[in-house]
Each structure stands twice: as structure tokens, then as C-alpha cells.
Design a protein around this ligand. Structure first.
Ligand code: PXP
Length: 250
């Protein structure tokens, strides 16, 4: 049994597929990376099947479902096509994210408030089929509360802006975003939502977020795959887990 204070690390393997697709080769294989991550202590694997299949492809999802013993967090846009795929596979978790073709990565959170009715209907069959549905949102009270109303079990708070401000050394915006994340972590948990966080996290930015007492899971990808180029994926995962563990212990 993991201690109550344990924060799970979900390893996002999308960018293993980015490297593969850059050359149209068969390698590196994101499923092999996911198995390695599983063996090296990842608590879950996250993969985002984008509408344009720019990194993860349908056959990668088939492979992950077949190979993993740890939970798969299937990230997707709230489209009919993706809902069908999720209902076919019934992964442990589905994380709904906004998607724009021209963006480099998932730039903002879902506007749950604006799409409340659509999302309520969209989520129901997924929850009914046993998937734990999570909504990727900015740390804003109205979005957290709307997530609860539409029937999500989890919110994942977007840490992208917090990380950007850290590296831009924009102290005042960094502090404001940090406070927003901390407060929304407590608020979401107080209204019965499980709280996760992710996007842009690195060895330098993870500890402060991991220390939020209500936090249950962090999803980290781009930095881990980048650090793995120099240190190997197993070592990168171990170091990230160590930092998360230390942040909880303190
Ligand atoms: N969580 C969500 C919902 C995401 O969309 C992403 C990026 O795919 C991540 C976490 C991981 O972000 P990063 O790759 O920057 O660590």
C-alpha cells in the first residue's frame, strides 16, 4: 500500500512518439518507453491521442492497453471520434483537454464554464463505462466549480503558466500563479474533486507543486523525455520521484 501522502507520477510518453515521427521510423517506440517507465517506478502512463496524430497514433494506444499493468491516462479532446476510441478501450482514466491544430502544446485549460452542457453529456457515458474522467483546467474558481457540476471526478490544474513565469523570472506573476494553484488545489479538494497537476514541470519547478497537501497526481512528459537523452529514462523518473517524495516529506 502506498502511504496516503504519496503523489503518483504519471509519465507522459507523447514525445517519444514525436522523435519517432520526425523521421518516419519505427523507433523509438512509445510503448517500449512506457514499459520501461512502468519498470522504473512510474505510477501511471499518460498518452495524448491528438486529432492530427502528430505524436501518439491509434496503434500506440492499442499497444499501451495491451502492455501496461499500471493505469493509462488517455488524454483527448472532447470529440465524438475520441469518445468512441475511449469507449472501445475503457482506459483507467480519460483526461479531457482543449486542442487547437496550430498550437505547439496544450496551451490553456478547458473552458468548462462555457461548455457546461456539452461536457456534462460527453462525460456521462465515459464515467458510466468506468473511466475516471479528469478535466484539464486553469486554476480559476469558476472552472473548478463548473468541473464539479458537469460530473468530473478529477481536475488537473494547468501548471504551464507557473513554469513559464519561473523561467522568465517574472517573480510577481510567478507568485500570483503559484497562489492560484495552491488555493485551487485546496478548493477543488474541498468540493470533492481529486486534484492532479501538470504541464511544463521540471526538476526545478516540481517540488513546490508536489508539496500541496491535497494533490494526488502529477503528469510530466516533455522534461522527462528531454532529460532522458542525457541520463536515461529510468534515472530521470527516479530523480523526479525522489524530488516529489522529498517535497511531501517536508
Ligand atoms: N497534463 C496534460 C493534461 C497535458 O496535456 C500535458 C501535455 O501533453 C501534460 C500534463 C504534460 O506536460 P509536459 O509534457 O509539459 O510535462
Amino acid at each position: 500500500m502506498l502511504p496516503e501522502s504519496h503523489v503518483r507520477l504519471g509519465v507522459n510518453i507523447d514525445h517519444v512518439a514525436t522523435i519517432r515521427n520526425a523521421r518516419g521510423s519505427m523507433y523509438p517506440d512509445p510503448v517500449e518507453a512506457a514499459i520501461l517507465a512502468q519498470n522504473e517506478g512510474a505510477d501511471g502512463i499518460t498518452a495524448h491521442l491528438r486529432e492530427d496524430r502528430r505524436h501518439i497514433r491509434d496503434e500506440d494506444i492499442d499497444g499501451l492497453i495491451a502492455a501496461l499493468n499500471i493505469p493509462l491516462n488517455f488524454e483527448m479532446a472532447a470529440t465524438e471520434e475520441m469518445q468512441k476510441i475511449a469507449l472501445k478501450h475503457k482506459p483507467h482514466a480519460v483526461c479531457l483537454v482543449p486542442e487547437k491544430r496550430e498550437e505547439r502544446t496544450t496551451e490553456g485549460g478547458l473552458d468548462v464554464l462555457k461548455e457546461e452542457n456539452k461536457l456534462r453529456e460527453f462525460i456521462k457515458p465515459l464515467s458510466d463505462s468506468g473511466c475516471r474522467v479528469s478535466l484539464f483546467i486553469a486554476a480559476v474558481p469558476a472552472q473548478v466549480e463548473a468541473a464539479e457540476r458537469v460530473g468530473a471526478a478529477v481536475v488537473e490544474l494547468h501548471t504551464g503558466a507557473y513554469c513559464d513565469y519561473y523561467y522568465e523570472q517574472n517573480q510577481s506573476k510567478y507568485e500570483t500563479e503559484f497562489e492560484n494553484l495552491k488555493n485551487m488545489c485546496a478548493h477543488a479538494s474541498s468540493i470533492g474533486l481529486e486534484v492532479h497537476a501538470g504541464h511544463g514541470l521540471t526538476y526545478e519547478t516540481v517540488s513546490q507543486i508536489a508539496a500541496f497537501p491535497e494533490l494526488k497526481e502529477l503528469n510530466i512528459g516533455h522534461f522527462l523525455i528531454s532529460d532522458a537523452v542525457f541520463n536515461g529514462l529510468g534515472n530521470s523518473i527516479k530523480k523526479m520521484k525522489e524530488l516529489i517524495g522529498e517535497a511531501r516529506a517536508s
